[in-house]
Write a protein that binds this ligand. Structure first.
Ligand code: GN1
Ligand code: MG
Length: 365
């Protein structure tokens, strides 16, 4: 049986939980890309996820990355005397021993142990919570510092290559597939005024001045599970985009998503502000966990990471709006445009408050 969008979750559940009476399967979480369900079974609760084949044309490669990275993390956690079943995701095998299931329509599914008594917050409920997410992402980067990066598949090439994202926007403008170009004059002007800045980090990487690390690349608050009882960050999730990258990508994407006073798709821009106090809280958590591993230049470029990751996702939302909403899941026609405007508002405030960001990072230099 499939749900009303034709998602074959019952078929997938059978591939995993054959015989373990499944009492319910319900939609779970709030990602923009994959379709996620919670399956309650006699043997416990499991996350069941259908991988988006448009976004990830080689789902076998993301599964390969995920299986190896989680194993590596589990071994590290065990060695440190920690509970690996809670400190990292655990990929379940199908009934016939595979790491994923391909349904009768060719979609890839995976399943992981659900971490009970934890919550994924869209938004940090306090600076303390944001700081804890920073510590979790900092520790994640640190734990993977000796992971053999060359063995990872680059599942989305040029994922945080901001100049390439700028070029994708220009292509969307040229093609004007959805006939929406007339609605975005001001946003395009904003983007074009920052074209040169897009290359800030990538240029330093090419010049060999910034080291390539294994990074998470999608470090928003909702990708850290928080323990309901203690309020501690338990586990970093959503490992789809774990790839070689820059420290500033992970730091920056968290600031983009976390140091803001409103949701990513808040349409009332008077509510959308970049908050320096939240920036400081996150920096404190992230740098306490990863700081000693960062070079002075890596530290200095963290504010650029914040600004560029925010600009970049704004460019992506705008391009997707022009392309007719083919990438990000949308709830209404202007959704991607609203998101782009929201992100550009943050970029503008980050530019205004740059000296404040530098002063925070200065303390760690
Ligand atoms: C997507 O899948 P989700 O919702 O965690 C996107 C991120 C964006 C984010 C914006 C693979 O993340 O890059 O920052 O939306 N992931 C992918 O909310 O493109
Ligand atoms: Mg994601």
């Amino acid at each position: 049986m499939a749900d009303k969008k034709g998602i074959l979750y019952n078929e997938a559940a059978k591939a995993y939980f054959y015989g373990d009476c499944v009492s319910s399967i319900e939609p779970y979480g709030g990602g923009h890309i994959n379709d996620t369900f919670l399956a309650r079974t006699e043997k416990g609760n499991f996350v069941l996820q259908r991988v988006n084949g448009y976004v990830f044309p080689h789902p076998d490669e993301i599964m390969d990355n995920m299986v190896h990275v989680t194993k590596f993390l589990a071994e590290k956690l065990e060695k440190a005397g920690k509970d690996s079943k809670r400190g990292t995701l655990t990929v379940l095998k199908t009934n016939d021993g595979k790491d994923y299931y391909i349904d009768s329509e060719g979609n890839y599914w995976r399943s992981t142990i659900n971490l009970e008594n934890t919550t994924a917050y869209d938004f940090a409920e306090s600076p303390e919570m944001l700081k804890k997410s920073g510590a979790a992402f900092g520790a994640f980067q640190n734990m993977l510092s000796d992971y053999p990066a060359e063995t990872l598949h680059e599942v989305i090439p040029h994922f945080h290559d901001t100049p390439a994202r700028f070029e994708q926007l220009m292509q969307a403008v040229r093609e004007n597939k959805a006939g929406r170009l007339k609605n975005v004059a001001a946003e395009l002007e904003f983007a074009k005024a920052r074209e040169t800045d897009c290359g800030l980090l990538m240029n330093l990487l090419e010049e060999g001045k910034l080291p390539l690390k294994v990074t998470h690349n999608d470090t928003k608050m909702s990708n850290v599970l928080i323990d309901n009882a203690t309020g501690d960050a338990v586990c970093v999730i959503d490992l789809d985009t774990v790839m070689p990258g820059l420290a500033a990508f992970d730091f920056g994407d968290s600031i983009r998503a976390g140091a803001t006073t409103a949701a990513e798709d808040e349409a009332d821009l008077s509510k959308v502000h970049f908050d320096l106090g939240l920036f400081e809280a996150y920096a404190d958590g992230f740098l306490s966990a990863a700081g000693s591993a960062l070079t002075p230049l890596e530290l200095k470029t963290l504010p650029d990471g914040a600004r560029l990751m925010t600009l970049e996702v704004g460019l992506r939302f705008l391009a997707d709006y022009l392309n007719g909403d083919v990438y990000f899941r949308t709830a209404y026609p202007e959704h991607n445009l609203v998101r782009a405007r929201n992100q550009f508002k943050l970029v503008q405030e980050m530019e205004e408050k740059r000296a404040g960001m530098d002063a925070v990072i200065e303390k760690y230099l």
